[in-house]
Design a protein around this ligand. Structure first.
Ligand SMILES: [Fe+2]
Ligand SMILES: [Fe+2]
Length: 469
């Protein structure tokens, strides 16, 4: 079904046919807009921003572009098309028809998973609220706002499911999604990473590379769900999500490119010299990477988890790209997990978090390869790396242990002393923050970042992506 933009809430779910649901969502809509005004991007509400809006749900030509003021963005409910005769692809119900309603006995598990996913969407908008004030270019400012409005739409996606399939408690949860706030000491967001402030653009690029990619893997596993409306919702969200990771990958790449320009010009890899030229040294970039990568790893949960086993068994959540595996039942298979006491063989279903984390880590490696190629081509003998998944963990069997970024268990004193080499120090943050000066002349870039290779939607890099007057 095509998207209907003539209604108050654009949708492709024939919302008008269910008056009660339509009224409930129209009641939530002003609360969302109020939240956007209070907690969304500061200062730019009156400016025209070159944004894409969904006009369809197939992966080809699904979006249209145009200047729009953010508060006028048409947030709506868009589900990917239904796949006829779709069957559950994993777990105990393998091969059975997918569900169009939530099975009663799985109701609270589904609700928790949808609320947790939904909570991350507005959280990231809140985390990024002030970034526009220090944008390195109009191009980047536009990308930030594109990510923000789409995270807002992802909130709509989850709120639709809550309202449509979970009755009164769903409606209450939808209100709560607007009541919790990132970093709020009384009522914080559910997951740790989403309470970390993102106050500089290097962190923003790290977040969109590492943390949005966690989102990609969560959405991929929910796109496999036996609850078909959830699967369809997540499939369309993935289409939007790709741009967020593009922003992260190209953003980090451009910061590296700029550093390499300075390094080549002065034939040095000395961090202090590079910093004195207003660029960010690769060592600092590595420390930011270590921070956001490890923090994002925790989002997958403990290595061994009965929750994960139950979500797989009951058809709630599959593995990303479930079809690439041979065994979709996994009742006898085992998985080898490294613990501080040695290797352990655990049931595959219990290890699903780890399986997912492994494929996430592989996916993270793709950008690293490209960046290292840039460094190598520039003639420098430095290699960026992903730290070990045992380093700096806040959950699971490695929690709190003094493990170095290469995965070696070391003594606590050495760890404490060396930690400042591995994650950003206060002075790193002060330095990076000092570079964050707003640049808004079309086509101009801040000195710490190279221009992008091309603009958005075939426009030039110096296109007026945000009209400031
Ligand atoms: Fe999202
Ligand atoms: Fe995202």
């Amino acid at each position: 079904m095509s998207i209907n933009y003539s209604e108050k809430i654009p949708n492709n779910v024939n919302l008008a046919s269910d008056r009660k649901l339509q009224r409930a969502l129209e009641h939530w809509q002003p609360h969302f807009l109020k939240w956007w005004e209070d907690q969304g991007p500061s200062d730019f509400a009156a400016n025209d921003v070159y944004l894409r809006t969904a006009v369809g749900v197939d992966s080809q030509g699904w979006a249209s572009y145009g200047h729009v003021k953010m508060p006028d963005y048409r947030w709506g409910i868009f589900l990917a098309d239904q796949i006829p005769d779709r069957k559950i692809g994993f777990g105990d119900y393998y091969g059975q028809p997918v569900w169009q309603q939530v099975p009663g006995e799985l109701r609270s598990q589904f609700r928790r998973i949808i609320v947790t996913q939904g909570d991350t969407e507005p959280a990231s908008v809140e985390q990024q609220r002030l970034l526009g004030l220090t944008c390195p270019s109009l191009y980047d400012l536009r990308n930030l706002f594109q990510v923000n409005v789409e995270e807002g739409r992802h909130l709509w996606a989850m709120v639709y499911l809550l309202h449509c399939y979970f009755g009164r408690d769903g409606r209450e949860e939808a209100e709560e999604l607007l009541a919790r706030h990132s970093g709020d000491s009384d009522n914080p967001r559910i997951l740790g990473t989403f309470n970390e402030p993102i106050s500089d653009w290097l962190s923003f690029f790290m977040f969109t590379y590492f943390t949005d990619r966690d989102g990609k893997f969560q959405l991929k596993s929910l796109a496999e769900s036996g609850f078909d409306p959830l699967a369809r919702t997540c499939r369309f969200m993935l289409t939007e999500e790709a741009h967020h990771m593009f922003v992260g990958e190209t953003g980090i790449g451009r910061v590296i490119k700029r550093s390499l320009e300075v390094m080549k010009e002065l034939s040095t890899d000395d961090p202090a010299t590079i910093r004195s030229q207003g660029a960010i040294d690769l060592q600092t970039i590595q420390r930011y990477m270590n921070f956001w990568f490890t923090s994002s790893l925790d989002l997958f949960g403990s290595e061994v988890s009965s929750n994960a086993a139950s979500s797989f068994a009951t058809g709630i959540k599959g593995r990303p790209d479930e079809e690439k595996y041979d065994d979709h039942i996994c009742s006898d298979a085992t998985f080898e997990i490294e613990t501080p006491d040695g290797t352990e063989n655990v049931g595959m279903r219990n290890a699903m978090n780890e399986v997912m984390r492994d494929s996430y880590i592989q996916d993270c490696g793709i950008g690293l390869k490209r960046w290292n190629m840039l460094i190598k081509r520039a003639g420098f003998d430095i290699e960026l790396y992903l730290p070990s998944s045992k380093f700096r963990r806040s959950i699971g069997s490695w929690v709190g242990l003094p493990v170095d970024p290469h995965g070696n268990l070391i003594d606590q004193a050495t760890y404490d002393k060396k930690l400042s080499d591995w994650i950003p120090t206060e002075s790193d943050r002060v330095f990076v923050t000092s570079l964050m000066q707003k640049v808004t002349a079309p086509g101009k870039m801040a000195g710490w970042i190279a221009p992008p290779d091309r603009g958005i939607n075939n426009n030039a890099v110096d296109y007026e992506y945000v009209r400031l007057n």
